[in-house]
Ligand binder design. Structure first.
Ligand SMILES: [Zn+2]
Length: 119
């Protein structure tokens, strides 16, 4: 697996991006706690298969969001309430169909972040 990011030894290994909100974390973070933004709709925590299916190791264009003053980032990335962190502008891959159906039933308009959807 190629590593899109090279980080210092002391930094956590940020190697997966959430396909729904773009938040970048390590796989173990997604696996253990889910995505802090999307956990209420995706339920990734404690489900490694789902955590892998809903996150992507291939992403680019990192943006650091640190809170309310970065609300432009939230608008740009289409996140209303988001945790501070690193967000990928482009995430390769799409959520599984069953997850997309589930999101639609919850009234969430999922837009793939892989660049195939243009505004
Ligand atoms: Zn997310």
């Amino acid at each position: 697996m190629s590593q899109p990011l090279k980080r210092g030894r002391s930094a956590p290994k940020l190697n997966r991006a959430c396909m729904l909100c773009g938040l970048v974390q390590s796989l173990s973070q997604f696996r253990n706690d889910g995505c802090p933004n999307c956990e209420s709709v995706l339920h990734l925590g404690d489900n490694e298969d789902l955590a892998r299916e809903c996150t992507s190791p291939t992403f680019e264009g990192l943006v650091a969001a640190n809170g309310s003053e970065s609300s432009w980032v939230a608008r740009w990335l289409r996140i209303e309430h988001f945790v501070p962190g690193l967000y990928a502008v482009r995430v390769v891959g799409k959520l599984p169909d069953e997850i997309r159906v589930d999101l639609a039933q919850q009234g969430i308009d999922y837009r793939p972040r892989d660049g195939t959807v243009q505004d």
